[in-house]
Design a protein around this ligand. Structure first.
Ligand code: PLP
Length: 426
């Protein structure tokens, strides 16, 4: 039996569809962030990274590095097993307290990644609620979709941020228990959910709420608690999920909520129970980062200022950025091949790294470059970025029209159309 053929056929299909992913080999420089070395086919080259989700540069912050270094020297490198076997490290207990405090909840629960926290968290929560209907935003992240799928309950998908459609689905679910699953900042479009209005509906129709703040924690709200904190509605959301791997600069994911909910997830979630815990040093570094960002506005202010400058520079150059109210700056290309070519030319000729975003991460026809500016991208780097992008757009003859949220061809072009029925089985 030639097993290899199955895999080569699968990979060839991706190549034909121009969806085959290549990853640049990048060496970050802790003391020169966002600069890095690209191990190019022709040898090492200095580059500037413009697409990192280390949104505030906390992965290179001295306070975070020192916390990790100190913990590693005292506790060693690994966790020694699952929490079931090795117990709770002191560092994880402190981290969970810090997270509960960040979101104003009774308790926090840490997982090995944001992906796992969604997948195992959502599926466990819905399995524990008999006859639950899951009501989910159509643009939710794959980790949430997988969590809903594994939960095995009936689901209903509402059009992205569409309150009227959401209300229809809540009404259609009647008296059954309902879990409403959504994000605050949607990472590919950079738009924000109307959290307060969603909570109004959830309260009116008796739904439990689950909010992913992965692309918001650290950056929004006076203490970095996310958009729900900024909007004064954290207390109205039942479960807040987040990552330690983006603005907090480390790795890991978490849930926060009522003690009884966290205790149940801790007790039933396979993705929590059957995997080695985060190492103490990772937990210590994450705690240091969260504590720092609770008290320091400098990173948030710096990011906001630099993001505004990038948006202004792209606008001045006539480049087709999607207007967003957030730190995420998508630059629309609209074609997979052109998007990859733009990214390649930027890297090879301008030393600027921006990964192309293609299907299935975004719908076909909406391929884009997704730019993230941190407080460490100074004005000179921003000027270089705008000049480089302008050059690439001219050379590749890419479209220069701006698109707004309302004009985006997202759903029309989506590979998977939204489910039209109020309640879809599955
Ligand atoms: N939730 C959302 C909305 C995401 O975009 C991502 C990852 O990009 C995750 C969850 C997963 O988080 P992590 O990278 O910590 O696994």
């Amino acid at each position: 039996m030639d097993y290899d053929q199955y895999f080569s056929v699968a990979v060839d299909a991706l190549r034909r569809e121009r969806r085959y992913r290549t990853f640049a080999e990048i060496e970050r420089k802790a003391d020169r962030f966002p600069r890095a070395t690209w191990h190019s086919p022709g040898g090492p080259r200095d580059i500037v990274v413009w697409c990192s989700n280390d949104y505030l540069g906390m992965g290179c912050h001295p306070v975070v590095i020192e916390a990790m270094r100190e913990s590693v020297s005292k506790r060693g490198a690994g966790a020694g097993g699952t929490r079931n076997i090795s117990g709770n490290s002191h560092e994880i207990v402190q981290l969970e307290r810090e997270l509960a405090d960040l979101h104003g909840k009774d308790a926090g629960l840490v997982f090995t990644s944001g992906y796992i926290s969604n997948e195992t968290g959502i599926s466990t929560i819905v399995k524990l609620i008999p006859d639950c209907v899951v009501i989910s935003d159509e643009l939710n992240h794959n980790s949430m979709i997988e969590g809903v799928r594994r939960g095995g309950r009936q689901k209903a998908i509402f059009r992205h941020n569409d309150l009227a459609h959401l209300e229809e689905l809540l009404q259609a679910a009647g008296d059954r228990p309902k879990l409403l699953v959504f994000e605050s900042v949607y990472s590919m479009d950079g738009d924000i959910a109307p959290i307060a209005a969603i909570c109004d509906l959830a309260e009116r129709y008796g739904a439990m709420t689950y909010l992913d703040e992965v692309h918001a924690v650290g950056m929004y709200g006076p203490r970095g608690g996310g958009v729900a904190e900024r909007d004064g509605v954290m207390h109205r959301v039942d479960v807040i999920e987040g990552t330690l791997g983006k603005a907090f600069g480390v790795v890991g994911g978490y849930l926060t909520g009522k003690r009884v909910v966290m205790d149940a997830v801790r007790s039933y979630a396979p993705g929590f129970i059957f995997t080695t815990a985060l190492p103490p040093a990772v937990a210590a570094a994450a705690t240091a980062s969260i504590r720092h960002l609770k008290n320091s506005q400098a990173e948030r202010d710096g990011q906001r200022a630099q993001v505004a400058k990038v948006k202004a520079a792209l606008a001045a150059a006539g480049l087709p950025q999607m207007e967003t109210p957030t730190h995420i700056i998508p630059l629309m290309v609209g074609d997979a091949k052109a998007c990859k070519a733009a990214s390649d030319v930027l890297l090879a000729e301008h030393g600027i790294y921006i990964q192309p975003i293609n299907y299935p991460t975004v719908p076909r026809g909406t391929e884009r470059l997704r730019i993230t500016a941190t407080p460490h991208h100074d004005d000179k780097l921003i000027a270089q970025l705008a000049e480089a992008l302008n050059d690439v757009w001219s050379r590749l003859d890419l479209p220069r029209v701006n698109t707004t949220v309302a004009e985006r061809p997202l759903r029309a072009m989506a590979g998977a159309a939204p489910i039209p029925l109020p309640i879809a089985g599955g």
